[in-house]
Design a binder for this molecule. Structure first.
Ligand SMILES: Cc1ncc(COP(=O)(O)O)c(C=O)c1O
Length: 416
């Protein structure tokens, strides 16, 4: 036993040193307490032997679809009929009626056939970004990516052999100067639609214009926009009125389940089926997920009241924060979305404010580097259609109280 642990310690000495570095930088991540009950805006977990209910302000379950009864019933029917898993990749024996029906439904939802486009299901937004970007881009390609794009886009770029050109956040002049200087055979501009940690919107119409001007394809990740923006929740591109060459949306946020879809020209989808490694070499999503996702999107399409409630709640939160702490550029820039970055600055203060809020019954996770740039640690506050304005009001009151006793980072000091 002693001998074994000594060997392990020596073998992993380097990892332990790096873990220690993370600890010194306050960047070690710990799992929050697990929920024993969950109901979209409220969760219960065990705390020192007793059950405690908290109000959740950091989930992406924006429309409460994780608990929708019709969706759950649809999934139960499918699970009883088809079982719990797909058993293999779709290219082997994991292709079920539900996968095909779902893709057909999405073809109709976005009118893809008329546009000679098609759709492909991936197991998650993460595996879609990594698989698609690395499959499409080789050493004759150049990728132009917003500096605040999601980590899965960054990893897709790293896995590809393409030249990477990172443009300053939503900076069109910078993007244009990079495009102008490129002689790559294949140029791909990639942007989140709604930026996941900042809650601001990409200027997709202007980016599309630059893509057309310089012969680049546009790839838009609609993870946080699908379900909320556009006609029937079709996303920010639909809302703005542009057509990206490649559009990704996830089933994990507003849809309330798991998985993702990529929409692209038919021949691109055919190419991805043969080359996207995260599609080829992974067991397909369980069929019941697609049964639920179809029902969820059908419900979301008609859920105008819920969408309005999300945006009303979000504006109310931003207003209350501005009253309590003064308006800052982060609140201003996120005004149109359901995501509100409450930037604190240093990691220790962000963690401490989050911990104190949890003690008072509000679950708002602290977000640190590398999820956000260093020195901009924050609470990423999200609202759903299931929150009430009273809940939001008491969150802000409590935030004001707890932040009085916490040493603040430089950014935070600058707010007042
Ligand atoms: C912009 C963006 N893209 C992709 C993903 C990954 O999606 P998923 O959680 O479905 O893997 C996320 C989620 O965190 C995201 O915010």
């Amino acid at each position: 036993m002693t001998l074994f642990s000594t060997i392990v310690d020596e073998v992993f000495l380097y990892v332990r040193e790096r873990l220690e570095e993370l600890r010194e930088e306050n960047l070690v991540r710990e799992l929050p307490p697990p929920f024993s009950e969950y109901n979209v805006s409220r969760g219960t977990f065990r705390d020192g032997g007793r059950e405690r209910e908290v109000i959740i302000f950091c989930s992406n379950d924006y429309l409460g679809m994780t608990k929708d009864k019709e969706v759950l019933e649809e999934m139960v029917r499918a699970i009883l009929r088809m079982g719990g898993g797909a058993g293999a990749s779709r290219l082997v024996s994991g292709n079920f009626r539900y996968h095909e029906e779902f893709e057909d439904f999405i073809r109709g939802f976005f009118g893809l056939k008329e546009k000679q486009k098609d759709v492909l299901i991936f197991n998650s937004g993460w595996s879609a970004n990594v698989g698609v970007i690395s499959a499409l881009c080789d050493d004759n390609s150049e990728i132009f990516s917003d500096e605040l794009n999601h980590a899965s886009i960054i990893d897709g770029i790293r896995l590809s052999k393409a030249k990477k050109s990172i443009f300053r956040h939503t900076d069109l002049d910078h993007l244009e100067s990079l495009l102008r200087g490129s002689s790559a055979k294949f140029k791909l501009v990639i942007s989140d639609a709604v930026f996941s940690m900042d809650g601001d919107l990409a200027p997709l119409d202007k980016i599309k214009f630059l893509c057309e001007k310089y012969g680049a394809a546009l790839y838009v990740d609609e993870a946080h926009a699908f379900g909320l923006f556009g006609r029937g929740g079709r996303g920010l591109s639909d809302w703005i009125g542009i057509e990206p060459d490649i559009l990704l949306f996830t089933l994990s946020k507003s849809v309330g389940l798991f998985g993702a879809c990529v929409i692209a020209p038919q021949y691109v989808i055919r190419f991805l089926r043969s080359r996207a490694r995260s599609f080829i070499f992974a067991t397909a999503l369980p069929p019941f997920i697609l049964a639920g996702a179809k029902k969820s999107i059908q419900i979301i399409e008609r859920a105008e009241d819920k969408r309005r409630k999300v945006f009303d709640n979000s504006r109310f939160l931003k207003l209350k924060l501005a009253e309590a702490f003064g308006e800052d550029e982060y609140i201003r820039r996120s005004i149109y979305s359901q995501i509100t970055p409450f930037v604190i600055g240093d990691e220790v203060s962000a963690l401490e404010i989050s911990r104190l809020l949890l003690e008072r019954g509000f679950f708002v996770q602290a977000i640190r580097y590398p999820s956000v740039p260093r020195g901009t640690s924050r609470l990423r506050i999200t609202v759903s259609s299931e929150h009430s304005q009273e809940e939001i009001e008491i969150l802000v009151e409590n935030l004001k109280e707890v932040s009085k006793n916490v040493p603040r980072g430089t950014l935070f000091e600058n707010r007042n």
